[in-house]
Write a protein that binds this ligand. Structure first.
Ligand code: SF4
Length: 61
């Protein structure tokens, strides 16, 4: 993967996280409920389990 395509992949991933955050806020939901890291040994962010925005969010499934 070239540096340019790496940067593009990161940009797309960040936009996707931002959109998921917007959707969760609009539905009054938490990102953690659909995140694959929503368990203690995978995530020790203080906002868990009630994050509405998170740079580490990865959709579960
Ligand atoms: S990584 Fe972020 S969204 Fe996922 S469980 Fe942890 S705090 Fe929640």
């Amino acid at each position: 993967m070239t540096p340019r395509s790496n940067a593009l992949s990161r940009l797309i991933a960040n936009i996707r996280r931002w959109l998921y955050g917007l959707r969760a806020s609009a539905r009054d939901e938490f990102l953690c409920d659909s995140c694959k890291y929503d368990y203690r040994s995978a995530c020790n962010r203080p906002e868990r389990p009630n994050a509405r925005r998170c740079p580490d969010y990865e959709r579960n499934g």
